[in-house]
Ligand binder design. Structure first.
Ligand code: DOR
Ligand code: ZN
Length: 444
């Protein structure tokens, strides 16, 4: 039997109840057994039980307790690119970042586009994962955009959604077919919205700073044209579509348009697009860790994304954790790989830029980083703290101030434009199914 766990005196933010208050949480057999104020004061386990091998007590006074965070967009790179990340290191980074579940993008080598691929990810996650891993399957075979992959088979094996992320599904008829097909499976397509023709070898946002810096630009329209097509197809087919890493003000307007029409569309934004502008490419002096796809955008875009978080227009925050090897980044800006290693900074970036700035409260953070991703993947027993739910918990010290040091990352990917930055808010405990995987900020 697993030991009983009591988390005492934390500010518990339950997104389903829509409120936060100081309470204790009792965990038994990997599930939430009780949530109430002052449970067993001076008698933490109740019935005179003392802390010991059968009872773990965590004092969360002054901290915030959330249902375990779920990242809807993580690149774990296994199989095939283990020099960038693997399931062990990626899920260790997730635990450090407070994520109890991550959805693994299928743009690995080989691409996860068959039942065997999904089974491989699940097997490796069971062997080496410190947190839950949800496999995602590709939409098209080899993510080549020519033929649909065996999505039915993959769904049966446990794929929770489908995505060609890293690249768009270019053919509109193919996207329409894919959407029709997933309707039968009851699973969403996660769309990476990019018109590669309009990108035209651009490497940063097209605007003032690309002109000043002399780098080729990616227009906002390269994303927006693709968003427009995809939401129209979601309306046409009535199929669940999730738009990932939206980055422009125009995309927010299109999302509003689609939602106003009742189209079955949801969307996420990343911490880096909420925190940084394209000016970072200058401030960090062409540092390739600022290179990401979609690119860091103009300040008007960042303002629109923050406003969309505040208003609830955008449904969730996902990291797009994209670890790369030093060599992939230690080249000229034009040749560098795109991506940011984001799991270990996500919470602090969101706390610093959104919670402390009044765009989001703790319940909102729990909604956007736990409940909404749980709903996206149809996970009934996650994203909530109701009795009987999976005992996945994230505990945050909201005041802790720290400096981002990529050398100390659990991830193999040290590629972050936040390096050296002072942030507020640090994950102290991560609990997965009642098992403490991060304690006092250290991996257990
Ligand atoms: O910056 C990115 N990196 N954007 C993507 O869409 C893919 C990702 C990766 O796999 O490295
Ligand atoms: Zn992407």
């Amino acid at each position: 039997m697993k030991p009983k766990l009591v988390v005492k005196n934390g500010l518990v933010a339950d997104p389903l109840a829509g409120k936060s208050k100081v309470q204790d949480i009792v965990v038994e057999n990997g599930r939430i057994a009780a949530v109430a104020p002052g449970l067993g004061e001076g008698d933490p386990g109740g019935r005179g039980q003392e802390p010991g091998p059968d009872l773990i007590v965590i004092d969360a006074s002054g901290k915030v307790v959330l249902p375990g965070l779920i990242d809807a967009h993580t690149h774990l790179r296994e199989p095939g690119q283990e020099h960038k990340e693997d399931i062990a290191s990626g899920t260790a980074a997730a635990a450090v970042g407070g994520f109890t579940t991550v959805a693994a993008m299928p743009n690995t080598d080989p691409v996860i586009d068959t039942r065997a691929g999904v089974e491989f990810v699940l097997k490796r996650a069971a062997e080496a994962g410190r947190v839950n891993v949800l496999p995602l399957g590709a939409v098209t075979k080899g993510q080549k955009g020519a033929e649909l992959a065996e999505m039915g088979d993959m769904a049966e094996a446990g794929a929770v959604a489908f995505s060609d992320d890293g690249r768009p599904v270019t053919g509109s008829e193919l996207m329409r077919c894919a959407l029709e097909y997933v309707k039968m499976l009851g699973r969403p397509i996660i769309s990476h919205c990019e018109d590669v023709d309009l990108v035209n070898e651009g490497v940063m946002h097209q605007g003032y700073w690309s002109t000043v810096l002399g780098l080729r630009g990616v227009p906002a329209a390269a994303e927006e044209v693709a968003v427009a097509r995809d939401v129209i197809l979601a309306g046409l087919t009535g199929s669940r579509l999730h738009l990932t890493h939206l980055s422009t003000a125009g995309s927010m307007a299109l999302l509003r348009w689609a939602k106003d029409r009742g189209f079955p569309v949801t969307a996420d934004v990343t911490p880096h697009h909420l925190a940084l502008t394209d000016e970072a490419v200058r401030t960090l002096d062409y540092d390739t860790d600022t290179k990401v796809n979609p690119p860091l955008r103009a300040s008007e875009d960042v303002e629109a994304l923050r406003e969309a978080v505040r208003s609830g227009l955008v449904d969730l925050i996902a990291t797009d954790h994209a670890p790369h090897h030093f060599d992939d980044k230690d080249v000229e800006y034009n040749y560098a790989a795109s991506g940011i290693s984001g799991l270990e900074t996500a919470v602090a970036v969101v706390v610093t830029c959104l919670v402390r700035e009044g765009f989001l409260d703790w319940v909102g953070l729990a909604r956007m980083m736990s409940l909404a991703p749980a709903r996206l993947f149809g996970l009934e027993s996650k994203g909530t703290l109701k009795v009987g739910a999976d005992a996945d918990l994230t505990i945050i010290d909201p005041e802790a101030e720290w400096t981002v040091d990529p050398a100390a990352f659990a991830s193999k990917g040290r590629n972050t434009p936040f390096k050296g930055m002072r942030l507020r808010g640090r994950v102290t405990e991560t609990i997965v199914g009642g098992r403490v995987v991060l304690l006092g900020g250290k991996l257990v």
